[in-house]
Design a protein around this ligand. Sequence first.
Ligand SMILES: [Zn+2]
Length: 98
Amino acid sequence: MAYWLVLGRTYDPPTPTPPPAPSAKPVPTPMRPLRYECQRCGHQSNTVREEKPGNLFMEICTWIANPFVGGLYSVTREAGKKALCVNCGSEHMTEEVW
Ligand SMILES: [Zn+2]
């Protein structure tokens, strides 16, 4: 051991090679970082303004008058809702599904 030190060397024991890390699955990166794009004004965002047909007052009234009709009204409103552009209010939105 002293011989090594005199020569100015140090003895490095071979470090055990770490086992190869399990290769993580590459996460597919979306083409665009934002989900929605307006075709009219080109506005890109991750949120849209949702608009339902009818109004909330009518919905509450129908629920009070007849829960069955109220439920039907709610389902109809939910089915008919549209995604609108936050910027210009256009209906023409393209959605990228990740
Ligand atoms: Zn727009």
